[in-house]
Design a protein around this ligand. Structure first.
Ligand code: SF4
Length: 219
């Protein structure tokens, strides 16, 4: 009999005591045989009987408790002496942004608070790297069967500018991407210039400034 799995939403891997208790009760009630941490800082509940799937999903909190996208972030200044920025703060805002978007495929994001890139930002669909000059934003990375290093779209960004640019790039991807097409394949198909041009045509203050900075970085 085919079994199914669920990864409850856990922004940056934070679940909290109430969430842990709820998950433990669900695991016990439905006899879920496998619970393990994933590379994306979430919990995988695997081996769910297909007939139990909807009930398990509801018991975990319904639709809001699920999100195909995720953000992994390094601990930032609170946990690492190398940090040049506050990755968790930006990561939580980015996770909330992703949770509200409808995108062609899942988006994995990595937010690293320094260029050591412990959150694997350069091989994520959306990657942010903290530097002493500000955030650098990368798009189109992937660590899967056909790995790809993400392309730098802009650097020297504030947190607000990073979020503004992330929204703009994701909206472009939502508009132009094919169903199930991950960002790496999307950039390869449509071309990096088209992505940059879409960003350059941005009308918001944030993206206009980001683009000016991108031009400096890319020059
Ligand atoms: S990316 Fe940098 S700041 Fe973040 S955990 Fe790694 S070394 Fe520390």
């Amino acid at each position: 009999m085919e079994k199914t799995s669920i990864k409850p939403r856990a922004p940056l891997g934070e679940i909290g005591p109430d969430g842990l208790i709820r998950i433990a009760r669900v695991v016990e009630e439905f006899g879920i045989p496998v619970v393990r941490a994933t590379a994306g800082q979430r919990l995988l509940l695997a081996g769910i009987r297909p007939g139990d799937y909807e009930a398990v999903r509801a018991a975990l909190g319904g639709g809001e408790a699920h999100c195909p996208h995720y953000v992994q972030a390094c601990p930032g200044r609170a946990g690492c002496s190398h940090a040049l920025a506050d990755g968790p703060d930006l990561g939580l805002e980015l996770e909330a942004l992703l949770a509200e978007m409808v995108l062609p495929a899942k988006v994995k994001a990595g937010v690293s608070s320094c260029p050591r890139s412990c959150a694997e930002s350069l091989v994520r669909d959306l990657g942010l790297v903290g530097r002493s000059s500000g955030w650098s934003l990368y798009f189109g990375g992937n660590a899967g069967m056909k790995p790809r290093v993400g392309d730098l779209l802009a650097g020297k960004l504030s947190a607000a500018e990073s979020l503004g640019l992330a929204r703009r790039v994701l909206e472009f991807y939502a508009r132009e991407g094919k169903a199930k097409e991950r960002t790496a394949r999307f950039v390869e198909r449509i071309g990096l210039d088209a992505v940059r041009e879409a960003v350059l045509q941005g009308k918001t203050k944030d993206s206009e400034r980001s683009v000016r900075q991108a031009a400096l970085v890319l020059a």
